[in-house]
Design a protein around this ligand. Structure first.
Ligand SMILES: Nc1nc(=O)c2c([nH]1)NC[C@@H]1CN(c3ccc(C(=O)N[C@@H](CCC(=O)O)C(=O)O)cc3)C=[N+]21
Length: 288
């Protein structure tokens, strides 16, 4: 068996195109465009590329992009003042502070300062809580994108065995919450799990988000499983995921590549969340 390669780029483009048409209607109804503010502190080259891509995707969708670039030595008070200004700005529907922040800034304090109703990253503790209890809020873009890819493969996820590899606040934990909401049986495995392979061999769905290149071996995958690789690891041989793609591909039913899998969906979901935020703030029903 050779797995279907999930074309994340095509899915992302379709989602962005759909949102762009909804944005056109929003603009006609609200008399303004949805706005996304992106804040970048410092000059990390990878972060600069992401921020540029987000700005382009925002404009392509017919939204306004407000980009704030601050020097690496910016102090916390200055960044918090900018966040407060964006919270108060009626033209701003979404606020994204690019992570990682320089070490001298307490990232948790900055995320806490963002208005939860403009937190299109879904990183604020209020949104983590809303997700945990199934209330409306914002779901982090990467796990949301993974869920959309899985739902395209499996119209019902109910009863499926899902294993999430990794327990971060931005991917692993919210991914597990989303899969639980879809009535999967969810297991989270992590660095202290005794036998990761044994758990994976039972999984109909694998979401890999550990940040270790090629960590997941082909013979850990159940035949026919759906494998979503969130890893973006820069190595000597280029960008690779957390899954040994060549080996897993021979066993899985469907698998995302890196690049061209989850990454583009993350940006498309950011555009989606910003549109949803703008609709909520204007009292317009979001078309999705
Ligand atoms: N506040 C915040 N929100 C984020 O959502 C956020 C962040 N900080 N910090 C960094 C990570 C990383 N991230 C990615 C987005 C798109 C791709 C993406 O489109 N990747 C392409 C390839 C990109 C490349 O070639 O480097 C792909 O996988 O095909 C990757 C990674 C968002 N992040």
């Amino acid at each position: 068996m050779t797995a279907t390669i999930i074309d994340g780029k095509a899915h992302a483009l379709a989602l962005r195109t759909r949102i762009a048409s909804h944005v056109a209607n929003f603009r006609a109804a609200a008399g303004r465009a949805p706005g996304l503010a992106v804040v970048l502190v410092g000059e990390d080259p990878a972060s600069a590329v992401y921020v540029r891509n987000k700005g382009k995707a925002t404009r392509d969708a017919g939204m306004e992009s407000f980009e704030h670039r601050l020097p690496a030595d910016t102090d916390a008070a200055t960044l918090l003042a900018l966040v407060a200004q964006l919270n108060a700005d009626p033209a701003v529907d979404g606020i994204l502070v690019q992570l990682p922040l320089p070490a001298h800034i307490d990232a948790g304090a900055v995320l806490l300062a963002i208005d939860p109703d403009k937190d299109v990253d879904g990183f604020h503790p209020v949104n983590a809580g809303r997700l945990a209890i199934g209330a409306d809020g914002f779901v982090p873009c990467t796990p949301l994108g993974c869920l959309m890819l899985l739902q395209d493969l499996h119209p019902s996820l109910s009863g499926m065995e899902a294993v999430v590899v990794g327990r971060s606040n931005i991917v692993g934990k919210p991914m597990a919450q989303l899969l639980l909401q879809q009535s999967c049986t969810v297991t989270i495995v992590h660095s202290r799990t005794r036998d990761v392979a044994a758990h994976l061999r039972r999984a109909d769905i694998v979401v890999a988000a550990v940040g270790i290149p090629h960590f997941i071996q082909g013979d850990w995958i159940k035949p026919g499983a759906s494998v979503i690789d969130v890893g973006i690891n820069r190595t000597d041989t280029g960008l690779v995921g957390d899954v040994d793609f060549a080996a897993a591909r021979a066993v899985a039913g469907a698998i995302t590549p890196v690049p061209g899998g989850v990454g583009p969906m993350t940006i498309a979901c950011l555009i989606r969340n910003t549109y949803v935020s703008a609709c909520r703030r204007e009292g317009i029903e979001a078309a999705l």
